[in-house]
Design a protein around this ligand. Structure first.
Ligand SMILES: Cc1ncc(COP(=O)(O)O)c(C=O)c1O
Length: 432
């Protein structure tokens, strides 16, 4: 299969739907470009006008197994014929129970699981869990972080002030640290000092305004997602964990975007040799069916029956889709993400040498960020133009952070499809 754009974009049928949307949909929805999907197969999506696109965005890093994978479709159909929902908060049932066992197995045991429907709900549950268990009032998070949009999760989110504007006041007691972005280091640090600078800043806060014994947890994306696909410097996360351990501060790994195999390991934290106290998974876990899982160390499970619950969380069809997704990840997709990620990173670094407006190429597995401009002069307009041009040439991308675009294809991507995407990207960069 090859991308093929045969109509002006948007085509006539897409126009008609977009116009109807203008009349009835919430103005808060974002439309980075006028794409209206009709159906998908593997790593390709067809729009309502019959144009065919190669997908390098996976519905924001969700569609692990691509579109309409027969094993996922079959698992969903089979479970839908039995039952979709009985309410897992009230009644134990398969396949959700065995999904919990399977996820705990990925951490080698010693954890328990709470299921929700979305990443935000997972983060919200994690906030409540760490507060309940520690009875400590403060939470730490990073600028550039995205943890969701409900008021608790939004209190942690700090990737764009537009997400927060108009919604204050937030949860009290949330303190943000600068993220050690090696490309645009905070606190006036040099790139190789970014991690040290942030850890020094944290110690300074502990000595001046923030009693560490009163901090419940730190929320961390092992690679920042919405914030620009930013990988922290090597060794930063293990050293951060040592600081947290000194004060009994829990580490919550928000693996909503990085988890479920996207970086070539099941949890991105595995690359760091660190185990978190709490993990939040969502997005890629069930190939597009809504589910989130909060995995927390057994000893944190002090909340009693009724302390937290949800009607739909752990719904059986989504759990069946998650099982099929895990089968496919274990059957080779996770390895594929690692292998193709290395290939794409190497090729994109070669492109960076030819196109000087590409300031940074970074990532792990199939979670790759391309930053436009240099550290002092981000070029968001050029990035936006690249996303639009790629769309016109049949490649679906998404922006991330102030001036990056993200490459997050489905994990079923083949070597040939990866090469095809690179060809289109090169054409786009030449046109810029
Ligand atoms: C790291 C991270 N956490 C939380 C969320 C929120 O997830 P959801 O949109 O499913 O509520 C996202 C969504 O982009 C995310 O990337």
């Amino acid at each position: 299969m090859k991308p093929s754009v045969r109509t002006p974009l948007p085509g006539p049928k897409a126009w008609a739907l977009l116009e109807r949307g203008e009349r009835v949909l919430s103005p808060s929805y974002v439309r980075p470009y006028p794409f209206v999907p009709a159906r998908g197969q593997g790593a390709f999506l067809e729009d309502v006008d019959g144009n065919l696109f190669l997908d390098f965005m996976s519905g924001i890093a969700v569609n692990t197994t691509g579109y309409a994978h027969p094993k996922v479709v079959e698992a969903v159909r089979a479970q839908a014929e039995r039952f979709a929902h009985v309410c897992f908060s009230d009644f134990t049932h398969e396949p959700t129970l065995s999904l919990a066992e399977r996820l705990v197995g990925k951490l080698g045991g010693g954890y328990r699981v709470f299921f929700g429907n979305s990443g935000t709900e997972g983060v919200e549950a994690a906030i409540k869990l760490v507060r309940y268990h520690t009875r400590r009032p403060y939470l730490l998070a990073f600028t550039g972080a995205f943890h969701g949009r409900s008021l608790g999760a939004l209190s942690l989110t700090a990737s764009k002030s537009a997400y927060r504007q108009g919604f204050a006041p937030f949860l009290p007691g949330v303190v943000h640290l600068p993220f050690p972005n090696p490309f645009r280091p905070p606190l006036g640090a040099r790139p190789e000092e970014a991690g040290d600078a942030v850890l020094d800043h944290l110690e300074h806060l502990f000595q001046t305004v923030l009693p560490p014994e009163e901090v419940a947890a730190l929320f961390l994306e092992p690679i920042q997602g919405e914030g620009g696909y930013v990988v922290p410097p090597p060794g930063f996360i293990p050293r951060l964990k040592e600081v947290l351990d000194r004060f009994g501060i829990l580490l919550v790994a928000d693996e909503v975007q990085t988890g479920a195999g996207r970086t070539g390991r099941f949890f991105a934290l595995e690359h760091e040799g660190v185990q978190a106290d709490v993990y939040v998974l969502a997005k890629g876990l069930a190939s597009g069916y809504p589910i989130s899982a909060v995995l927390f160390r057994e000893e944190l499970g002090s909340w009693p029956p009724g302390a937290h619950g949800t009607t739909f969380g752990g719904q059986a069809v989504a759990a069946a889709a998650a099982h099929a997704t895990l089968d496919l990840l274990e059957g080779g997709l996770q390895e594929n993400a690692a292998r193709l990620g290395e290939f794409l990173l190497a090729e994109l670094r070669a492109l960076k040498r030819r196109f000087p407006f590409l300031g940074d190429v970074r990532g792990r597995g199939l979670m790759i960020g391309l930053d436009f401009g240099d550290p002092d002069h981000p070029q968001p307009d050029l990035r936006d133009k690249a996303v639009r041009l790629a769309f016109e040439k049949g490649l679906l991308l998404l922006p991330a952070g102030p001036s990056a675009l993200r490459i997050a294809p489905p994990l079923v991507l083949t070597q040939e499809e990866a090469a095809l995407g690179l060809e289109i990207l090169e054409e786009v960069f030449r046109a810029l």
